[in-house]
Write a protein that binds this ligand. Structure first.
Ligand code: IPM
Ligand code: MG
Length: 358
């Protein structure tokens, strides 16, 4: 059966990197019989410019009707002066919320070819394979009340609310344990239970859910320590379970262990496995339009889509193997380039990956 993919390139380097992912999907269709129907939509600044809305109605409808969503990146300096309610980021957050994509999977793996590209010593990161499971539709990102008000004395006051219900914690904990069962069966839950009541509840509920997964070894860590341990000894982690904001921060940190944020894909899943797939990096306005961005994170997001939503594990492996092969061939975009390797642009990297699909 043909699967419908909503393709939302977004802003900045989004259109460039998504174009390479489209090449890969087309090649899978033409050469390996994968049946996909791709339909494009506007999101982020592109949505705002065309319709005054970072998540135009037509885009939301397209995303809802599709089997999966592939997203590039949103945002850029051009839209920073806009009120928060219509900023490009709202398009992304709106998609997550409307599609109920509460489970964000952010793997951080170090490719052997790139171990020397990390700013950390090679022996600290070689062989690293972490999966960050970030709660994506709750916490301080969405909590009410929020906003900036003016106090009686005329001073302004800003506030956001960190809030989690038990069921929200329970369902993301379950995802983390289930994924750990397919990996090294270890979950480290990140909180700030020494200070924040909300995350004290987080810890309690995670412990309760753990009863259903006795094979998994559960540990807990305060977020400040976790940030430190990630650069001190990252290989101690298998699955890291975090709330929305801690996961945002720790996943950027983890990405640097791998050499470049340009390598890391992500999946955001609902309760039924429908998902939105995107690179974890942003729209990189500083290099947009230059044809130098690394498309690998987006291509690997296609692989995650094949695996987690489309049930095409063999196709996913084919894409991942092709990425491995081009790295073996010494091809590198600027962000992962090191002395002695072959520097290529966005389209050349995409073409090489397509050629390497076996
Ligand atoms: C991410 C991004 C987003 C987030 C922004 C663009 C809203 O940083 O996906 O990590 O904070 O979740
Ligand atoms: Mg982020």
């Amino acid at each position: 059966m043909t699967k419908k993919i909503a393709v939302l390139p977004g802003d900045g380097i989004g259109p460039e990197i998504v174009a390479e992912a489209i090449k890969v999907m087309m090649a899978l269709q033409e050469r390996f019989g994968l049946a996909l129907e791709l339909e494009q939509g506007l999101v982020g600044g592109a949505g705002y410019d065309a319709h005054g809305d970072p998540l135009p109605e037509a885009t939301l409808a397209l995303a809802k009707s599709a089997d999966a969503v592939l997203l590039g990146a949103v945002g850029g300096p051009k839209w920073e002066p806009l009120p928060i309610a219509v900023r490009p980021e709202k398009g992304l957050l709106g998609l997550r919320k409307h599609l109920e994509l509460f489970a964000n999977l952010r793997p951080a793996q170090v490719y052997p070819q790139l171990a020397a590209a990390s700013t950390l010593r090679e022996e600290v990161v070689a062989g690293l394979d972490i999966m960050i499971i970030r709660e994506l539709t709750g916490g301080i990102y969405f909590g009410q009340p929020r906003g900036v008000t003016t106090l009686p004395n005329g001073e302004r006051q800003g506030s956001n609310t960190l809030v989690y219900s038990e069921s929200e914690i329970r369902r993301i904990a379950r995802v983390a344990f289930a994924i750990a069962m397919k990996r090294n069966q270890r979950v480290c839950s990140i909180d700030k239970a020494n200070v924040l009541e909300c995350t004290e509840l987080w810890r309690e509920v995670v412990v309760e859910e753990h009863r259903h997964f006795p094979e998994v070894e559960l540990s807990h860590m305060y977020v400040d320590n976790a940030a430190m341990q990630l650069v001190r000894n990252p290989k101690q982690f298998d699955v890291m379970l975090t709330d929305n904001m801690f996961g945002d921060i720790l996943s950027d940190e983890a990405s640097m262990l791998t050499g470049s944020i340009g390598m890391l894909p992500s999946a955001s899943l609902d309760a039924n496995g429908k998902g939105m797939y995107e690179p974890i990096h942003g729209s990189a306005p500083d290099i947009a339009g230059q044809g130098v961005a690394n498309p690998i994170a987006t291509v690997l997001s296609v692989a995650m889509m094949l695996r987690y939503t489309l049930g095409e594990a063999a196709m996913a492996e084919r894409v991942e193997a092709a990425v491995f092969k081009v790295l073996d061939q010494g091809l590198r975009t600027a962000d992962i380039w090191t002395e002695g390797t072959n520097r290529v642009g966005t389209a050349q990297m995409g073409d090489a990956i397509v050629a390497a699909l076996a």
